[in-house]
Design a protein around this ligand. Structure first.
Ligand code: B12
Length: 239
């Protein structure tokens, strides 16, 4: 693997390419501030210094159809989005590798620990550091343009890409996600940076219990989704 200096425009060209593959947003996170983030396996970040965060927006109309529970249409869109993201992460990884850099795509939606409800790395933590959006009161990554109606994926790399930085939290006094949550899981507490623990923002067992139990059992849904705290977020709700 090479350790050469990247051309000045390499990072911008990479982002453009990722957008050509279907991404709506792409940013670069410095992994140094994320070294204390819990990851699985614990040495996941060894040898990597940057992460590429990729987001795709989901159609607003899919959320507008959700009333009290997720719809089969949303479950299908969720799976398509995961597939698209996994493909983009795969291609990004191979492209970086072809240019001489060690790179690892992290799946969009793989749960590795069902007791702790954790994947390999938090895509939201990476996306926040990559300037894609802020961590909102619904604990999700909120983007100024599309609200939380985005899904995310991450590519770890040792390519010395130019980093982006966090953006300001714009939730303000809004509590629409807290008020709409069907199991009152959202506490409505804001953060200027990020929640050190999920429980600061959320009664996690209420949310996970509803999604993995009742909602995943809905015929033709079959996956732990909800969508209500995403739907009501005022950012990007109108076209
Ligand atoms: C397991 C899982 C679940 C579980 C547990 C949810 C939870 N809140 O953790 C269940 C099944 C309940 C679930 C529910 C949902 N999920 Co989910 N889920 C995941 C998954 C696979 C892993 C999450 C994980 O590892 N969490 C571990 C904890 C520690 O991390 P975290 O909650 O992400 O955030 C913490 C850190 O980011 C930290 N942090 C941020 N910056 C920093 C910096 C430092 C230094 C440190 C120490 C910490 C830190 O702050 C948080 C609190 O500690 C991710 C995919 C992924 N790999 O990220 C998707 C993911 C988080 N889910 C997603 C979504 C959309 C949902 C749902 C809306 C369901 C749906 N699709 O309709 C709900 C929303 C629940 C909610 N309001 O939080 C999206 C979020 C997209 C977005 N815009 O933010 C993700 C990223 C999937 C994706 N590919 O897009 N999910």
């Amino acid at each position: 693997m090479r350790d050469k200096k990247l051309p000045d425009d390499y990072t911008e060209k990479l982002k453009k390419k990722i957008k050509k593959w279907g991404a709506d947003l792409a940013g670069i996170a410095d992994l140094e501030p994320l070294k204390d983030l819990e990851v699985n396996p614990p040495d996941l970040l060894d040898g990597f210094k940057r992460a590429v965060s990729i987001a795709i927006r989901l159609p607003v109309a899919v959320f507008e159809q959700i009333k009290e529970r997720p719809t089969p249409l949303y479950a299908s869109v969720y799976q398509t989005a995961n597939r698209m993201l996994d493909e983009m992460a795969f291609k990004t990884s191979v492209m970086l590798q072809n240019d001489g850099y060690f790179s690892l795509p992290v799946p969009a939606s793989q749960v590795l620990d069902r007791k702790k409800w954790m994947g390999a790395i938090s895509h939201k933590a990476v996306a926040r550091m990559a300037g894609i959006g802020w961590q909102g009161k619904n604990l999700l990554l909120i983007t100024a343009k599309y609200g939380s109606r985005v899904r995310l994926v991450t590519v770890l790399t040792n390519a010395p890409l130019k980093v982006d930085g966090p953006v300001k939290n714009r939730c303000g006094e809004c509590t629409m996600c807290r008020d709409a949550c069907p199991v009152s899981a959202i506490k409505g507490v804001g953060t200027e940076t990020y929640y050190r623990d999920r429980e600061e923002a959320l009664y996690l067992s209420r949310c996970a219990g509803k999604l993995a139990g009742e909602f995943a059992a809905i015929p033709d849904v079959g996956v732990p989704v909800c969508g209500i705290c995403i739907k009501v977020c005022p950012f990007g709700r109108r076209l």
